[in-house]
Design a protein around this ligand. Sequence first.
Ligand code: CA
Length: 236
Amino acid sequence: MKPRILVVEDEPRIQRLVCDNLEAEGYRVVAASDGDSGLAAARTGGLALILLDVMLPKMDGFDLCKRLREEGNRTPILFLTARDLPHDRVAGLEAGGDDYLVKPFHLDELLARVRALLRRSDWSTSSVQERIPLGEGWFDLNTHEAMSVDGTIETLPLKELGIMKLLLEARGGIVDRHKILDEVWGGEAEPTTRTVDNFVVRLRRRFEKDPGRPELILTVRGVGYRLGNPKREVKT
Ligand code: CA
C-alpha cells in the first residue's frame, strides 16, 4: 500500500501543486488548510509523513508539531516555509520537525526530500499501528514487539523487523536478497546475502512451527524470499 502523506498548507495554489505532484508519484494524499484541521487529520494516524507549512491560520506549524510530539506522535514532519531565517530552522527542529524546505522550492527537491524521509523512517519508526499476524504469532511495526510461535513476546531486532516489513510490502511477491541487503543493511560494511539468510533463519525460529519446513517465510531458490499463505488449521 502506498504511503499516506498529510499536507497542511493554507495557500490553495501551493497546496494543490504539492498534492497533485505527490499523487502523481503514487502517494495517497490528505490535505488540510489550517492548523486545527491539520492537527485533527494528523491525530487520525496511519500517516507516513506530514508536510507542514509554518504560517497557518488558527495554529502555526511549530505549535502543531510540538503538540503532536507531546502526544507521542512520531510521524516524520517536513516543514515548508517562506521564511529563511536561521531562527526558524532552529525553531522547526526544536519543535520536533525532521527536515526543512524553504519556499519557493523546486518540486524535484521536495520529492527527493519526501523520499529520503520516508526511507529513513520506513521501518524504524513506522506509523502503521497494527499487529501483523504471522502464523500463530504476530509482529507490530509500531512497537517492534513480536510474539513467537511459542507465545513469548520480545522486541524484534531492527534488521529482522526490516526484513519482515519488506516481505509484507511485497504481499506475497518475491523480495530479492540484494534488495533486502540494500534496504535493511544500507551502507553498512560488507554484509553479504549470506547475512540475510542467517537473519531469515532467526525469523523462522521465531515464527515457524517447524523452522526446517517453513510455511510462512519461503525461500525462492537463487532469488530471495516471499511470504507464504499457509492454510489455517480449523480447530474443532
Ligand atoms: Ca502559509
